[in-house]
Design a protein around this ligand. Structure first.
Ligand code: KG4
Ligand code: ZN
Length: 348
């Protein structure tokens, strides 16, 4: 029987547990969203998130094992997110993973959340081999990475200010579309007239494939100000924002394809990769460059524990275990050697 990994995810506002096999079978999983707790604040409140993880995580581990009809004895290793993310939540998940590993006498795999996203396309598609070009688009990150193997990432580009998911979330807030913002913007944009507003495409056409979204976010705010705020205004501006953000991703990714010619596929992952408009545009770009396009199903793009368990299975196969004193990390770049980018904030 293929390796069985118990995965734990708690780095942001999803508490998640999954049992995944090395042959890609998802044996059982649970994802508990905290949207209700954070909605009144219009964003994730770290302290509330950490408390919710602490309350829910252990019962969810018990539920997932019960659903699979297993005990910890059947598991080969415990994989827990060890960063980057909101540190309180990361500590809850990692310490839970350590305790389970210690009590059951199983190896521990401390997983970088970004590696979870980066390898998730290989859980969805068994034919995806290395190296591939990855566009990682989430609430905290917007990067282009050359993925050369497990634990081997070359950062080709990053955002010099906001992550794209943040821009979606801020746009939703400005337009009064509620929380979480990304799916709300995508819904509102359906049927909207994107051409009504001329929004900027920051950094498009520049030689290096970096991203910038702060100016686009401000442009949405300026365009919204004088409007009456009807549903039509909302749909049109959401569509215009989504079109501009998508154009930026396509322009920058095209540059990265040229910079990483060894890529055998164009791959997108992370929460924003669940956006259908973005997926369609990237699929077309891949087609133009005669590259296969791989995007995990939308549920595997947003935060989940199956991707953490899968990254664990990949590491388990290579004997890449961690010791019980491994730290929780708020920041943890996938490519620690990447040069700082001019204008970039402190984010890894
Ligand atoms: O990967 P993820 O679940 O959590 C992080 O690691 O950050 O990504 C969450 C981000 C949020 O900013 C959310 O608004 C965005 O992904 N998102 C979307 C969509 N679904 C989630 N953005 C655009 N369109 C969507 N359908
Ligand atoms: Zn994530």
């Amino acid at each position: 029987m293929a390796t069985l990994i118990l995965g734990i995810e708690s780095s942001c506002d999803e508490t998640a547990v999954a049992l995944v096999r090395g042959d890609r079978t998802i044996v059982a999983q649970r994802i508990a969203s905290q949207d209700e707790a954070h909605r009144p604040f219009g964003g994730v409140v770290p302290e509330l998130a950490a408390r919710a993880h602490a309350e829910r995580l252990t019962p969810m581990v018990a539920d997932v094992l019960a659903e699979a009809g297993m005990t910890l004895a059947a598991v080969d290793a415990i994989a827990a997110t060890a960063g980057p993310g909101l540190i309180g939540g990361v500590m809850v998940g990692l310490v839970t993973g350590k305790a389970l590993a210690f009590a059951a006498g199983k190896p521990l795999l401390a997983i970088n959340h970004l590696e979870g996203h980066a390898l998730s396309p290989r859980l969805a598609d068994a034919s995806l081999g290395f190296p591939y070009l990855l566009l990682l688009v989430s609430g905290g990150h917007c990067q282009l990475l050359g993925v050369e193997g497990v634990g081997r990432y070359r950062r080709l580009a990053t955002t010099i200010d906001d992550a794209i998911g943040e821009a979606f979330d801020k746009t939703a807030k400005v337009l009064g579309l509620g929380f979480p913002g990304g799916p709300a913007v995508e819904r509102a944009a359906k049927g909207g007239n994107a051409r009504r507003f001329a929004l900027p495409r920051p950094l498009s056409g520049t030689a290096e494939p970096h991203f910038s979204f702060a100016g686009l976010k401000s442009a949405v705010l300026r365009a919204w100000g004088p409007l009456a705020g009807t549903d039509v205004d909302r749909a049109d501006l959401a569509a215009a924002f989504q079109a501009a953000a998508t154009d930026c991703l396509v322009d920058r990714t095209a540059r990265a394809i040229a910079a990483f010619p060894q890529a055998t596929a164009l791959v997108v992952a992370g929460g924003v990769a669940s956006n259908a408009h973005i997926r369609t545009a990237l699929a077309a770009l891949a087609g133009e460059h005669h590259l296969p396009f791989v995007a995990p199903p939308p549920w595997l793009c947003t935060d989940n524990a199956a991707m953490i368990a899968w990254a664990g299975a990949e590491r388990f196969a290579l004997g890449m275990f961690d010791t019980i004193d491994v730290p929780a990390r708020a920041r943890w770049p996938l490519d620690p050697g990447a040069e700082a980018v001019r204008g970039a904030g402190v984010r890894a």
